[in-house]
Each structure stands twice: as structure tokens, then as C-alpha cells.
Design a binder for this molecule. Structure first.
Ligand code: NAG
Ligand code: NAG
Length: 254
């Protein structure tokens, strides 16, 4: 083989290597995993929840790679798309974290992350959350060492335009009595619901081996911990609870 042939062969080989490497980079396996079964059962209807770089995280766990768990704490609000929305109906979107400050001790359940009413059916269908924003979007910011948090999205069909928060509900986004709020406006079953889960990006991955004990302070029960909490916050009289919640706000943000 002459030297030109060798050069050509070398060039081809190099080019091939570069192509292969690029393909591998593009196909890097940083895919989101589905929720465990008991958490997947929450998902109802075909809601899509898509963030800047994460397409349809609906009913999935935010992957612990490509810094997604850190990035999601500063991305703008997601697209929340309900293709089955009726164009003649009006909708409300609720986004909450039931696991504030942690799933095992949810003292500040529910943490209100977003509340938008009077969303036109045509917008709901396209994922444009435009309406009356009663609670501005607050990104998921699970505190360190509190395990995986669920971020739940509920879509309701509205029969009244006059949804509002009570003054005491606007004091803090934490410890929101979601059931009372829904009852006040006679809202029962959501038209659609979904959730995704994520965890503080500094935390080590969950240790699931039984009796492993190697996970430091992070304790993720198998399946993400579905047991109902036994602790119920006391309905403290007067200001005690709201004040505590207010103080805890910055420590506990969901
Ligand atoms: C998004 O994910 C949810 C849950 O898996 C699914 O029901 C829905 O069809 C998906 N939407 C799109 C556009 O992929
Ligand atoms: C809704 O609110 C508007 C303005 O505050 C008021 O005029 C109207 O009577 C209310 N409707 C109902 C059904 O409460």
C-alpha cells in the first residue's frame, strides 16, 4: 500500500471514530425512569409535563444525571398539556408537593407550587398555562437529605369563575389544606392528574438494599415510601402554626 492509500485509510478511520464517539455522546443513557407502581397509580388521563430540557416527565423520576435535578430547580414553569381538554370548558391547574419537608414527616403538606384558574380549554389542550395565577410558579427545590419528593399536577374543570385563596392561605405556600380548598368550591374528582419525583441534587442515590445502612441520613423506603405518615400536625390554636410555618418556610421549601 502506498503512503497515499495509508493516509486515506487513516483519515477514514479517524473520521469513523469521531462519528461513532459523537453517536455515543448523543445516545448517552440519561433517560427518566417510570414511577414505582404505587406512585404511578396516581397518574390519570394523558397529561404531559415538559420542562426546558426534559420532555414529558409525567409519571417519571427526574434522572440523576446531566444535572437535571439541579437544573429543574431554576427552569421556568413547565408546559402542562392535556390533549383531551374540552375547548368549551374552563380549567384550573394545581401543583403541590405532598412531601414537604419530607415524605416520612410531611409537616408542611401540601406545599403549593402553582395555582392557576380560568385556563381556557384551547390553552389547556396546547399546554399553555395562561389564566388567573393565584399562586405563582415555584420550582421543585427538595431540601437536602429529605428523599424523593412527589410533585403533583391536578387539572379540574371549573363551574365557577370565582376561585380564590383565603387570606390565611396566602400567608405561606406551606401546610395548604388542599381538601378544604377544593371542598369550598365543590371540586371533586380531577379531570386529569399526574406526578413526577425528584430529589435534592446533592444527595447520594437512594440505597435500596434492605438493612444496608450505607446511605447516611438518606432513607428511602422501598418503592419510595408509600406508607401513610402516622404523624399529624396538631391544629395549634391562634397564630402558633402559621408563625411556625412562616419561619420554617425558608428551611423547608418544597
Ligand atoms: C406523557 O406521559 C404520560 C405518562 O406516561 C402519558 O400518559 C402521555 O401520553 C405522554 N404524552 C406525550 C405527548 O408523550
Ligand atoms: C364573582 O365575583 C364577582 C366579582 O367579585 C361578583 O360580582 C360575582 O357576584 C361573583 N359570583 C359568584 C357566583 O360568587
Amino acid at each position: 500500500m502506498g503512503w497515499t492509500m495509508r493516509l486515506v485509510a487513516a483519515a477514514l478511520f479517524l473520521g469513523f471514530t469521531v462519528v461513532v464517539t459523537r453517536a455515543q455522546v448523543r445516545l448517552s443513557p440519561c433517560a427518566s425512569t417510570p414511577l414505582p407502581d404505587e406512585d404511578a397509580s396516581f397518574c390519570k388521563g394523558s397529561l404531559e409535563v415538559s420542562y426546558t430540557e426534559l420532555e414529558n416527565i409525567s409519571c417519571k423520576v427526574v434522572p440523576n444525571c446531566d444535572n437535571y435535578r439541579e437544573k429543574i430547580t431554576s427552569w421556568p414553569p413547565p408546559l402542562v398539556k392535556y390533549p383531551e381538554a374540552s375547548e368549551s370548558a374552563t380549567y384550573m391547574l394545581v401543583m403541590v408537593d405532598p412531601d414537604a419537608p419530607s415524605r416520612s414527616t410531611p409537616l408542611a403538606r401540601f406545599w403549593r407550587h402553582w395555582l392557576v384558574t380560568n385556563i381556557a380549554g384551547t390553552n389547556m389542550k396546547m399546554g399553555k398555562i395562561q389564566g388567573q395565577e393565584l399562586s405563582p410558579y415555584q420550582p421543585p427545590t427538595p431540601p437536602p437529605r429529605t428523599g424523593l419528593h412527589r410533585y403533583q399536577f391536578l387539572i379540574y374543570i371549573l363551574t365557577t369563575q370565582n376561585i380564590s385563596l383565603l387570606p390565611q392561605e396566602t400567608v405561606s405556600p406551606g401546610a395548604w389544606q388542599l381538601d378544604q380548598f377544593l371542598t369550598r368550591f365543590n371540586l371533586k374528582e380531577p379531570a386529569a392528574a399526574t406526578q413526577f419525583m425528584t430529589q435534592n441534587h446533592m444527595d447520594p442515590p437512594p440505597v435500596r438494599a434492605p438493612g444496608g445502612g450505607g446511605g447516611g441520613n438518606v432513607q428511602i423506603p422501598p418503592g419510595g415510601g408509600s406508607s401513610e405518615p402516622t404523624y399529624k400536625p396538631k391544629q395549634a390554636s391562634g397564630l402558633a402554626l402559621p408563625v411556625c410555618i412562616h419561619i420554617a418556610h425558608h428551611l423547608w421549601s418544597g
